[in-house]
Write a protein that binds this ligand. Structure first.
Ligand SMILES: NC(=O)c1ccc[n+]([C@@H]2O[C@H](COP(=O)([O-])OP(=O)(O)OC[C@H]3O[C@@H](n4cnc5c(N)ncnc54)[C@H](O)[C@@H]3O)[C@@H](O)[C@H]2O)c1
Length: 440
């Protein structure tokens, strides 16, 4: 055991606020409610299902993560959020069509009680959403941020929660480069007061959260907390932030397969990825500007894992293409199809085809749960700023200035578990292995 930092206990209730109460958010809430009742297992969640090895392999210490680190329990969670549609979580879940009505009926009453607050929303940033019926109005963006802070306060007292976390589950915003308003917190505050058109709704939520001391994780590719002003604010307020873009279907596969091919020094000439999906997210991503945000977050992954500058013979000529096609008949059942052209010994070509018929929100829901619980843990452990140890959950992990992101799923997994060991004062596991033989 080493010295361990103080971690405040997880006493009382934890409020989980999601801007965006569509498919992912309602699948997450419904899943937690069902798991609480013992009706279903929270499969895919490390905080609920994973064990963690402590000490030597011969020590036989392998507790569940939730028994090892002090996490909020599922029974202690309260749910809330914002959406420009006034549907409660039950109606929204029915419309999203991810979960069978038979799964929703048993928890219908609790789901109906989760009603989104009116959203800070603009069609300039998210197109293809028609008929929105509850959008906040304000004199300027700072006014809107203050309205969000009032909602946070109201939620805190209505639900009697002790702590809060916010996880962005809203639609993907249009891609824009950063502007003058993003360079530091003074410029950003000025931008809010002047309703600078370069500031997006998700950034207004993030500002409100950090000002209220609420950790913020971003599940979409928007630059929500990934710019200097917000990093500065998180540091000044001492609040954890993390992002971007939940790592689910195709990128999950990519960050499993690419490290394996690279570990064996196999070359890759081309990687063509296409997605067919028919949910509301797919409809939003049908807009080229929202797609551009997604494309940027999806494309960086291979380049970082494969290091073409270090291995030009193997990956220097890689052609990487990503497509997303909105195809309504698929609903939330996405088809992620990868055609990979690889080469081996003496350059002989081979092919790999992956056809992942996945359920997007089923893969994303446990990520929302884990992020909520781990961000709360990070705050109680006194961590602030970018939580790189949570890269495991993101397609495009946010990272410190001057660092490259870590995309390899297996390195991310080791990083996450070693951070938990470190927090609890346990030895880190290096997998060196010589100690077993020295003792013999
Ligand atoms: N499902 C996945 O596997 C997955 C993976 C990675 C990222 N994501 C991202 O997660 C987000 C949610 O995905 P989803 O499938 O639930 O989409 P969805 O369309 O079902 O839900 C998004 C909700 O956000 C709402 N919204 C839009 N702008 C908002 C705003 N300014 N404030 C509050 N609410 C707002 C929409 O009305 C909608 O109800 C998307 O950005 C998506 O790209 C999803």
């Amino acid at each position: 055991m080493t010295d361990r930092p103080q971690i405040a206990p997880a006493n009382g209730k934890l409020g989980v606020l999601t801007p965006g109460m569509g498919a992912v958010s309602t699948t997450f809430i419904a899943g937690v409610l069902a798991a609480r009742k013992g009706d279903a297992l929270p499969i895919g969640s490390l905080t609920q299902m994973s064990h963690i090895r402590l000490g030597k392999r011969t020590d036989q210490r392998n507790p569940l993560i939730k028994d090892f680190v002090p996490l909020a329990g599922l029974d202690d969670l309260e749910f809330g959020g914002w959406d420009p549609y006034s549907d409660d979580a039950y109606t929204s879940a029915m419309k999203a069509g991810v979960l069978d009505p038979r799964h929703l009926e048993g928890i219908g009453e609790e789901l109906r009680s989760v009603k989104p607050y009116p959203a800070v929303f603009s069609e300039n940033w998210v197109k293809n959403l028609g008929g929105v019926d509850q959008v906040k109005e304000g004199a300027n963006y700072m006014d809107l941020a203050e309205r969000l802070m009032e909602d946070i306060d109201r939620f805190r007292s209505d639900k009697m929660v002790d702590r809060l976390v916010m996880v962005w589950c809203g639609s993907t915003e249009a891609y824009r480069d950063l502007s003058e308003a993003h360079v530091d917190i003074d410029a950003f505050v000025k931008g809010l007061k002047e309703s600078d058109p370069a500031i997006t709704p998700s950034q207004i939520y993030a500002y409100a959260a950090l000002r209220m001391g609420v950790p913020f994780a971003n599940g979409a590719p928007n630059l929500t907390v990934d710019f200097p002003a917000m990093v500065q604010l998180a540091a000044e307020e001492g609040i954890p932030i993390a992002g971007k873009d939940f790592k689910t279907g195709q990128t999950l596969m990519k960050t499993m397969v690419a490290p394996g091919l690279k570990a064996r020094m196999l070359g890759i000439r081309g990687w063509f990825s296409t997605n067919i999906l028919g949910n509301r997210d797919g409809e939003v991503l049908d807009d080229p500007e929202s797609f551009r945000s997604k494309e940027v977050s999806k494309l960086g992954v291979l380049e970082q894992i494969l290091q073409p500058e270090v291995y030009p013979e193997l990956y220097g000529d890689l052609y990487h293409k990503v497509r997303i096609n909105y195809y309504p008949p698929k609903g939330d059942d996405k088809e992620g199809w990868d055609s990979i052209d690889i080469f081996g010994w003496l350059g002989y070509p081979m092919q790999i085809k992956i056809d992942f018929l996945c359920k997007d929100s089923i893969l994303a829901a446990p990520i929302v749960l884990d992020l909520a619980l781990f961000m709360d843990l990070a705050a109680r452990a006194g961590r602030s700023g970018v939580q790189e140890w949570l890269s495991f959950y993101f397609k495009s992990p946010q990272h410190g200035r001057g660092l490259y992101p870590e995309n390899d799923l297996f390195i991310q997994h080791t990083k996450l578990k070693n951070n938990l060991r470190h927090m609890m004062g346990e030895e880190l596991i290096t997998h060196l292995g010589t100690e077993y033989y020295e003792e013999m």
